[in-house]
Design a protein around this ligand. Sequence first.
Ligand code: NAD
Length: 361
Amino acid sequence: MPKNYRITLLPGDGIGPEIITVAVEVLEKVAALEGFSLTFHQGLIGGAAINAVGEPLPAATLDLCRQSDGVLLAAIGGYEWDNLPRPLRPETGLLGLRSGLGLFANLRPARVLPQLVAASSLRPEVVTGVDIMVVRELTGGVYFGQPKGVFADEAGHRRGVNTMAYTEAEIDRIARVALETAQKRNGRLCSVDKANVLEVSQLWRERVTELAKAYPGVELTHMYVDNAAMQLVRYPRQFDTIVTGNLFGDILSDIAAMLTGSIGMLPSASLGATGPGVFEPVHGSAPDIAGQDKANPIAQVLSAALLLRYGLGHPRGAERIEGAVQKVLDQGLRTGDIMAPGLTLVGCRRMGEALLAALEA
Ligand code: NAD
């Protein structure tokens, strides 16, 4: 009996349903080629869930996710839900999913493919060969630390407060994910902090340094976040794996993403200590092009590759998908977001067909 995996699909809103359809076809093909099988169950999230059942993350969706081996998410949000109160916003569903599954590690690869070097806003000689993995802590730090809020003193003067805090346990678990990730890549890990100013960063640096001793194959360096932001656009090839906290990671992963110049190409993985991870494109629901067969499905398809590599432990399947993406780009096929003169403009469905054909070849 081939191994069977349960996958929860969360198409969400906007271009979500179009791009996830392509990713499912690709996954089915890879499963057939690699000799395992997949059972898909679809759940509601975001605006689609608000319209259907009045809340952005129904309990049934979270249950479905918890019972699965991995979650493939597309994107949520759209103009229709922008003015709802916070608990009813699509983004609240996304945050609920992350906390409900205990996803504390966010992995964002930023790889400049040779076919798309010209898409970057930086010069080709700066970005050629860039292949960075940003490991961002996702459930701690200043976004979650207490106290938080806007408080008024007796005179009515208000003060906004957020607290950047990390426990040793929170640092240790993200450091381990990053060290293991670096070990599977080129063995170089740069930990980014602000230890010259922040006590929380001093503890971060101390723990990461301590934990790295158990990974002799990994070369650990440290960098202050302001310098890291500068180095990412000055000489990005110096980085292999980067690990950092929630706030710094939020910003640095977007800079790293933009080195590639193509938001429609970027996947991500969010992992917990146990249980299923969530694999999703970095981009949003692109309501401006939804339903028009214009979306680039590649970020979603590469998210499916991360699902295979980090969620199901099938690196070969992931490599097949990544290879197929290279092939269709070599054939000159491009969706609108990555189009360049002299190449062939295709829609989402046609790109999907080309990916399936490339997997066969
Ligand atoms: P967006 O990423 O949806 O779109 C930004 C631009 O990139 C748009 O012009 C869009 O057409 C284009 N684009 C994005 N993905 C593309 C793809 N696969 N193929 C071709 N073009 C693509 O960001 P936005 O416009 O700021 O947000 C739109 C909605 O998405 C909002 O409601 C926002 O809250 C939501 N959002 C969701 C997520 C998520 O689900 N994780 C992330 C970001 C934004």
